[in-house]
Design a protein around this ligand. Structure first.
Ligand code: DC
Length: 203
């Protein structure tokens, strides 16, 4: 069975948790496509050329434990604006989406570019302040030296760059269902997402 769930949206809106839970609920495979850009960015921060790093990306790169830092996130957003970097990473994502047994992919351009024919498209969003607060709690909880104002600046800078780039900008597909989690707990958001997938599977 081929069945693709595309989940897009800005940083820290809850799409990671929603994607994991949807995948688990239906036994689908899950790909966090942001990790691919982060893994490329981590190699760029070590001095490699972005396009070469993207073309040479290996499974072990995705397992690095230093991909969740603000520095890597900003660099990921910067290199993600280069069309050659995106092109180098496209085929892997498309293949993953078509794998047998169903797949959930989350990112910025899944419903618009990678899987325009996905059976379910969700756009998960929340206000910048709410998202920055969540990211601040996550990063400070891991012992990172961050401030609320700094995290908000980072989140806004990244979203602006991701939404305004020319190649595959972050946006909701015209047929995507938007879930705004600003005033919603994560359990409710997950339940809504699962409901949309269940409906599509029954069609
Ligand atoms: O989802 P994330 O925060 O891990 O993503 C890090 C950066 O990678 C994000 O700011 C932009 C880029 N990205 C992208 O351009 N397209 C995707 N499908 C996923 C991530």
């Amino acid at each position: 069975m081929n069945f693709t769930v595309a989940i897009d949206g800005p940083a820290a809106a809850g799409k990671g948790t929603i994607s994991e839970q949807v995948a688990e609920a239906f036994g689908f495979a899950h790909l966090d496509t942001g990790l691919i850009y982060r893994a490329t960015a981590a190699r760029v921060l070590e001095g490699e050329d972005a396009i070469e790093a993207a073309r040479d990306l290996r499974p072990a790169d995705l397992r690095r434990d230093d991909l969740r830092t603000p520095e890597v996130a900003q660099m990921a957003s910067q290199i993600a604006a280069q069309s050659e970097v995106r092109a180098a990473l496209t085929e892997f994502q498309k293949d993953f989406a078509r794998r047998d047994g169903g797949a959930v992919l989350d990112g910025r351009d899944i419903g618009t570019v990678i899987c325009p024919l996905a059976e379910v498209k969700l756009f998960v969003t929340a206000s910048p302040e709410v998202r920055a607060e969540r990211r601040f709690l996550e990063l400070s909880g891991k012992g990172m030296d961050v401030t609320r104002a700094g995290v908000l600046d980072d989140v806004v800078a990244r979203d602006t760059r991701d939404a305004q780039r020319e190649t595959a900008p972050m946006k909701a597909a015209s047929d995507a269902i938007t879930i705004d989690t600003s005033e919603m707990d994560i359990g409710t958001a997950v339940a809504k997402a699962i409901g949309h997938v269940r409906e599509a599977l029954a069609r």
